[in-house]
Design a protein around this ligand. Sequence first.
Ligand code: SF4
Length: 651
Amino acid sequence: MYTPSMFSYKRLQTLEVKIGDLLLGNHHPIRVQTMTTTDTMNTLATVEQTIRCIEAGAELVRITAPSKNEAHNLLEIKKELRKRGYQTPLVADIHFTPNAAEIAARIIEKVRVNPGNYADKKKFEFIEYTDAAYNEEIERIRERFTPLVKICKEHGTAMRIGTNHGSLSDRIMSRYGDSANGMVESAMEFLRIARDESYHNIVLSMKSSNPQVMVQAYRLLVQTMQREFGVCYPLHLGVTEAGDGEDGRIKSAIGIGTLLEDGIGDTIRVSLTEDPEFEIPVCLDLVKRYNNRKESSEEAESIKLPYSPFEYKRRVSTAVENIGAKQVPVVVANFKYADQLNPAQLHSIGYDYDEATDKWKISDAAADFIYTGNQPLSFALPGTLKNIVDAEVWDKDAVSQFPLFDLDGYLNTANKSSRLNFVLLDEHASLLKLKEEKNIVLCVKSDAENAMQSVRKVFVELASLGITHPVVLYTDSNKHTPDEHLIHLATETGALLLDGMGDGICLGFSKGAQLENPKVNGRTYLPVKDIYQFANNTAFSILQATRTRISKTEYISCPSCGRTLFDLQETTAKIRAVTNHLKGVKIAIMGCIVNGPGEMADADFGYVGSGPGKITLYRSKEIVKKNVDSEIAVDELINLLKESGAWLEPS
Ligand code: SF4
């Protein structure tokens, strides 16, 4: 198995790595880190940004070194930081340039290499290798990579072998395809070479902009290391090009949080298209969930999982009305604690009533059900929205109203819906009694500290009993800040959805829970009307990030770094403003070409910096417009969307 425990919290045992004075892995606290976005040749700007990150809580700061000049300048940056009293270890980020890596490894505490481009150049060629030819390639990599390993060993420098889904080499792609397996093998080739030199000060990462691929790759890597070496090297977790705002936080929480829940991860970076110091509070919110979590002392369970944690396959369920089987997961808006409801309040969950025309306007992110506790709605609902109420107040003659029972209530009554009954369960419920029932949807909730794993256990039991009723994931948050709520809700439900579990999602707040929505720089931190809109947006964003229900445009935007060739934050905002009505279209916005075309394999369109003031536009992996002046590049992107039939005029 890939985790020490499927059903309780236990951290994965990893080797200890020393980065300057910082110890990582082997049960040390989960370290948080980020990366500067300044030009590495601008010593002062880089030093000042690094200090802002350290003051925010970063325990490691990465700086890009695209060539020998930047690598040399790391010495000036390090000297200035030490002069100002900051001892935080620094990491050089290397792509394509072994000579820059060899310089940096003599200067700072850690280097990150990307096995996809350290010894290979990407040309998108498919090459058939015989085993002998493949082994020759490995020897070529060994020759190229060993000098760096020796320098690191001599200078006590740590290394991250950081695989990116978006920049796998042609050689790996040809043999393993664009897969989690390919990502793992890409890192393992480099790791084997380092181990042959008895060098072990190594951290590994498996990043992707798709949380599903990312999670599968880390799990597979843990399993592969354990099988091959009997030990695991520490893991650096991150979702690349997660984007900004709530979507960036939700995607990161789903990818990183899913693994942390399973005890995997020794250091994390949340890549946001925002200034790097803003990444740190999100990292800290993620990590603090595990600071005092009690670890299980039990031996690993010996179980046969009814699903593969290494590939996505949705759990088989039987459709009940519009829930389950192959239908997209439904969203249930939870208004249990709301005061008297009126039609205007449905605006928060995607419905606007126009009195003049007596019509509802329904958005792409409109809830499918509204749960109102013991208060049935007294007004007519739009056809796509149905009301769930507590069984005691359910009116069996109301066409769009369905009851929610607890388990005993359901088993002990004859007064059930002939179409759809919801049954609320916790992880201790005796499931066997429900096996022969029809027309029920289970709402599974857990208040345990390891709620996600408790609910996972329910799914395993359902499978072992052969029960295929659809399941709605019912999760409350009792946190405070928007980020804490987002991280909690996204981790608890996203981790299950990534494994194909869940035919619906019902997010809410514990009774009396508050959404502190502070003002930052004069604007409200999250542009939401109330907690219901917040929960509804979060539910649709979680389904989008897990790729289980697409309701909006998807943006894959890099966090920017010293290689960035335009103002990424401003450009991302500009592109979002004109394309955010294109439901289902995936647009990548990348500061440079490093992960560019690879990540574009996942995106439908790409906007990539290709030189100062120049942008190259992609349709999937194909370059369509080269070196477009950045002044007109957003208009050209719209033209490309139009030419490709992906454009709709905004309504
Ligand atoms: S894709 Fe973005 S973050 Fe990555 S190297 Fe290029 S500019 Fe930097």
